[in-house]
Design a protein. Structure first.
Length: 298
């Protein structure tokens, strides 16, 4: 059974990750709520099950990648969910970005039926999922991590066991704080540069190689100044993650001032109907306050 692996949730991320499991030579059994999304995987050689339960009945290691906390609840504990098909000794590995607290609750519930659980949220976007170069932050028992490693290595290039169950999700939220605060800095800097009469392309080129350089500046800065709002990660999903940060920070009793401000800036953009734009459209919230658009002159 060990070369057989299940995958539930074949969206932008899950579809890429499952394809990489196939490419690595594993026998893969997949399920997606919307059946036609499983077709490319079936064409590439995956077996298709008609429910998450069906995946768990055929595999003893099952990956999940769905949208939000209630969706993981659905696919794991809902009717025809993974928990109904899993046996003692099965292992569930959740790669979605969801609540650390809910994650710990699921692991405890599954442990009662002898089923192991790892949280293994990912970073690296759709490109990383497709290329198998994700950064994967894993929480759980070392023996379960070791068991999942061959699969994780097929999907990611940086795999870090960060602590017990829930720690992977907490680390992913750390990642999200860093992503959005970095983007706020890029946005504020570009609006300021435009107000100061600078050429924006030259400005980015001048500063990106020094201490001010960042992934966001190098990758999303050029998109901003060229009016390109195609998403690597949408504002709506980004907001979901910031809500998770704010909830976890409340539980921890720690202030998250920058994240809170950014959450509300994104909220103004959602109200303007821009939730499906990329998270770099954060700049538009500042542009509206400043009355200046940070675009490159033609
Ligand atoms: P997506 O393309 O919208 O896919 C979501 C997947 O979840 C689909 O397969 C969807 O099924 C399934 N799903 C949602 N609710 C469900 C439910 N209640 N029951 C069964 N299936 C359900 O999203 P994605 O970009 O792949 O993101 C998936 C997860 O990865 C999210 O937690 C996200 O935050 C995280 N993530 C995304 C990125 C990124 O750049 N996109 C990066 C890192 C992490 P249907 O096809 O039937 O709708």
């Amino acid at each position: 059974m060990s070369a057989r692996v299940g995958y539930v949730g074949l969206g932008i991320m899950g579809g890429g990750m499952a394809a990489n499991l196939l490419r690595a030579g594993f026998d893969v059994v997949v399920h997606n709520r919307t059946a036609d999304r499983a077709e490319p995987l079936a064409a590439a050689g995956a077996e298709v099950a008609d429910s998450p339960r069906g995946v768990a009945e055929r595999c003893d290691v099952i990956f999940t990648c769905v949208s939000d906390t209630p969706d993981v609840e659905d696919v794991v504990f809902g009717t025809d969910g993974i928990a109904e098909g899993a046996r003692a000794g099965s292992l569930i590995v959740d790669t979605s970005t969801v609540s650390p607290e809910a994650t710990r609750g699921w692991a405890a519930r599954l442990a009662e039926q002898g089923v192991g659980f790892l949280d293994a949220p990912v970073s690296g976007g759709s490109e990383g999922a497709a290329k198998g170069t994700l950064s994967i932050m894993v929480g759980g028992d070392p023996s379960n991590v070791e068991r999942a490693l061959p699969y994780l290595e097929a999907m990611g290039s940086t795999i870090t066991h960060v602590g017990p169950v829930g720690a992977g999700q907490t680390c992913k939220l750390v990642n999200q704080i860093l992503v959005v605060t970095s983007m706020l800095g890029v946005a504020e800097a570009l609006v300021f540069a435009k107000a100061g009469g600078l050429d924006l392309e030259k400005t980015i080129a001048a500063v990106e190689g020094g201490a001010a350089g960042s992934w966001m500046l190098a990758n999303r800065g050029p998109q901003v100044i060229r009016d390109d709002w195609r998403p690597g990660f949408t504002i709506d999903l980004q907001q979901k993650d910031l809500r998770l940060v704010l909830e976890a920070a409340d539980e921890l009793g720690v202030p998250t001032i920058a994240t809170s401000t950014i959450f509300h800036l994104y909220r103004t953009l959602q109200r303007a109907g821009l939730g499906s734009e990329g998270n770099h459209a954060l700049v538009k919230a500042l542009e509206r306050l400043a009355g200046i658009e940070a675009r490159q002159d033609a």
